[in-house]
Design a protein around this ligand. Structure first.
Ligand code: SF4
Length: 379
């Protein structure tokens, strides 16, 4: 195991039992967390949240357009889409125009899946070699089940592509020691209404719980960490999840942690209750704007540098394309409602079903190609 590296910033990567001060903003850290940084092990293994990655990636390419429509709800990715460009939001969330996953997105899913599986093994088997060794058979499983993925990653590029995925997995072990804790859940699908009926939906890569009950929300990124000016945008997703956890469990997560595997850096932040309440108001205002647009069909295009990563340029009037006819306002639903959910409670934490998993793949596919740091937080 790599020796501990110096922490970048004034505050160390804190144990959930001792949340870092929020005054200094997020903390950037390189290298493994210190002994006190991990929540206490739990006896039970992590919640296993569904099928392996194979189904996730391929589902986004093949079956997503055909899957039953769930009532519209807001996820961090779709919220970011609307803030970036309302037309992009419409194409993804309402028209659901298909987007084939990229090699980067598939690699991200493979890495996430390997890390998820790792936590399903006994602690002493959570090693870099064993985890990296999972990747070729995982890929084989994906490619056998969905042969079209072979076109995405040609045979001559496969060895280097798999090696790059294994490098990312090995980097993870320079940032955390997974033998020292067991998450409460991996790949956790959550849904809840907040405020005056704003339906939120999301997938948490990992939820850790300390013996004290304090929670840590963790997200893995296979890209590089954002520059300091763009940390707020990077944290938006985790604040979104923190709000959901807060409203579901009545506990403000003690720590939000983004783990960037491409450059081996972690971004750690401790939100406050007041901050999450203010965040909730922002989410409600955004949802109100989406509901208005949904009713009128008015989703203006907003050009930005993100257009360079937008796969909808052929449909976009800003680029000489023609929008398909507006399919009409979709239903906005309660969490747990919809054709592919079987619960009607107001807050849902679920094992990931295949259909839910395809949503996850779609979000990851969209995220994987986008720059982490090119645009400031908008809206
Ligand atoms: S190309 Fe740009 S303006 Fe057009 S839909 Fe995509 S993000 Fe919006």
């Amino acid at each position: 195991m790599t020796a501990p590296q110096p922490v970048e910033g004034d505050v160390s990567d804190a144990d959930p039992a001792e949340p870092a001060s929020t005054d200094a903003g997020p903390v950037r850290a390189a290298g493994p967390v210190a002994a006190s940084d991990e929540p206490a092990s739990t006896d039970a293994g992590p919640v296993r949240a569904g099928p392996a990655a194979a189904g996730r990636v391929a589902a986004s390419e093949e079956s997503e357009p055909a899957r039953p429509r769930r009532p519209l709800a807001l996820s961090p990715s779709r919220a970011t889409d609307f803030k970036t460009c309302p037309l992009l939001y419409r194409y993804r969330a309402i028209d659901r125009l298909p987007e084939a996953p990229s090699a980067l997105a598939v690699r991200g899913t493979l890495v996430h899946s390997a890390l998820e599986r790792m936590f399903g093994r006994p602690a002493d088997e959570r090693t870099p070699d064993l985890t990296a060794a999972e990747l070729p058979p995982l890929w084989e499983q994906m490619a056998n089940e969905y042969p079209q993925l072979n076109d995405l990653i040609p045979a001559e590029e496969l060895p280097a592509w798999l090696t790059s995925a294994q490098d990312l997995v090995r980097t993870y072990f320079s940032l955390e020691d997974p033998r020292r804790f067991t998450p409460e859940a991996c790949e956790l699908a959550i849904e809840i209404e907040v405020g005056d009926g704003v339906p939120l939906r999301g997938f948490i890569d990992r939820l850790d719980r300390a013996a004290t009950g304090q929670l840590r929300v963790v997200d893995y990124k296979t890209g590089r960490s954002p520059g300091p000016d763009f940390e707020a945008k990077a944290l938006y997703q985790l604040k979104f999840y923190a709000l959901m956890i807060f409203r579901m469990r009545g506990v403000v997560p003690a720590q939000l942690k983004l783990i960037y595997l491409a450059d081996a850096l972690s971004l750690v932040y401790s939100p406050t209750e007041a901050e999450l309440q203010a965040f909730e108001s922002g989410v409600a205002a955004l949802w109100e704007a989406i509901v208005r647009a949904r009713e009128t069909g008015h989703f203006p295009a907003r050009q930005s540098r993100m257009c360079g990563w937008c796969s909808y340029q052929p449909f976009c009037p800003e680029f000489g394309g023609t929008s398909p006819p507006y399919p009409g306002a979709p239903e906005c639903g309660s969490p747990g409602g919809g054709d592919d959910e079987d619960s009607s409670t107001t807050a849902v934490e679920t094992e990931r079903s295949g259909a839910v998993a395809s949503s996850r793949a779609s979000e990851r596919s969209a995220e994987a190609d986008e720059p982490e740091s090119d645009e400031p937080e908008s809206g």
